[in-house]
Ligand binder design. Structure first.
Ligand code: ADP
Ligand code: MG
Ligand code: MG
Length: 330
């Protein structure tokens, strides 16, 4: 294949999904394709935004504890996938975590604060993805517990990334870079013939300071690659000298404190990458690597507080450390 360094590029950035999103295309007709892709992202934002009382998810949280609620196609699909990844991660990723997120106050007007142990224990029984009942024929959802709430914050950006990328592909775009708040989807090969190089944030440094790079071309993947990171540095607060962040354990109700600073998932499926970046952060290094080695669908980069890097085997030739404070353990 001949490298083409003279290809048109188009890029646009928009705030949606409570974050910064960038889409870049290579080749002709990028502007219209990117505008359409952002429309898809905006539709998902409208459906899944728990901070908007009129969203589909807010309505579900008010009504599904009382009986079946009819839902939109996208909402049905994402709930179905959410349950799939809850099962795959043994409940470490759990879309029914809403009541716990609300208890901690993540995203609330007053900001987050530390709940009491009693409050946490009273909330824990409300978290159980098996109590989300989907009826495919009727296209409804119902909760088995009246006070239960869903939160799709750990999977919505992956789903929106998939729809945006589908739109670009349908519009005839052959190569693109989609970044929805750190949930990246690569489409095709870069036209200049070089591999994609995707930075992994140094979790203990300023934004944009990278600790390493995922280096990939389509010899490594099948026309589409997703790279999603969950980090303890994204949203956090300090109280009485302790540090609490926004990834919570569905098992203990606590902000996860297991030595992990960030978890990056590399997968073909953007929804899987987003859901598992959160779930495998909760599972920890040992169980996470065991799961990654047991199925072919995804790879992991763990970065710890001690600046250790733990990689699953399928990434060993496709990851470069840039900052030599960090050391790879295989
Ligand atoms: P970010 O949104 O910062 O990219 P994640 O993809 O990891 O990070 O999603 C974190 C969000 O997911 C939290 O803000 C919360 O809304 C929700 N969440 C936190 N813990 C869990 C969990 N164990 N399972 C499912 N969702 C979670
Ligand atoms: Mg996630
Ligand atoms: Mg994420």
């Amino acid at each position: 294949e001949v490298a083409n360094t003279d290809v048109e590029e188009y890029q646009d950035t928009k705030m949606m999904l409570d974050t910064i999103n960038t889409i870049r295309t290579f080749g002709p007709d990028g502007e219209e394709a990117v505008a359409g892709a952002f429309e898809r992202v905006s539709e998902i934002d409208d459906l899944f935004n728990i901070y908007d009382e009129d969203s589909n998810v807010s309505r579900i949280n008010r009504e599904a504890g009382q009986g079946p609620v009819e839902i939109e196609d996208h909402t049905y699909t994402i709930l179905d996938k959410s349950i799939e990844y809850a099962e795959l991660s043994g409940g470490a990723f759990d879309p029914s975590i809403g009541a716990l997120i609300k208890l901690w106050g993540w995203g609330s007007d007053n900001g987050p604060s530390l709940p009491s142990q009693e409050e946490i224990e009273a909330t824990l029984p409300l978290i159980n993805y098996e109590d989300i009942l989907l009826d495919e024929a009727a296209q409804t959802v119902e909760f088995n517990q009246s006070e239960m709430m869903i939160d799709l914050g750990a999977i919505a950006k992956g789903y929106a990334g998939e729809l945006a990328t589908n739109h670009l592909e349908d519009a005839g775009i052959e190569a693109a870079f989609v970044n929805l708040g750190g949930n990246i989807v690569l489409l095709g090969d870069k036209p200049d013939g070089t591999p994609w190089r995707i930075g992994v944030q140094n979790p203990r440094s300023d934004r944009g300071e990278l600790m390493g790079l995922v280096v990939a071309d389509t010899d490594y993947y099948d026309n589409r690659l997703a790279i999603a990171t969950s980090g303890d540095y994204e949203r956090y607060f300090e109280e009485d000298g302790e540090f609490y962040h926004h990834i919570l354990s569905p098992f203990t109700g606590q902000s996860v404190d297991n030595g992990i600073a960030s978890t990056t998932i590399v997968a073909n499926d953007p929804v899987m990458a987003d859901a598992l970046s959160t779930g495998i952060f909760v599972l920890g290094i040992e169980e996470g690597l065991e799961l990654a080695e047991s199925i072919d669908d995804f790879e992991i980069i763990f970065v710890t507080d001690d600046k250790e890097v733990h990689l699953s085997s399928g990434l060993i030739d496709n990851f470069e450390v840039l900052d030599d404070d960090f050391e790879i353990f295989e």
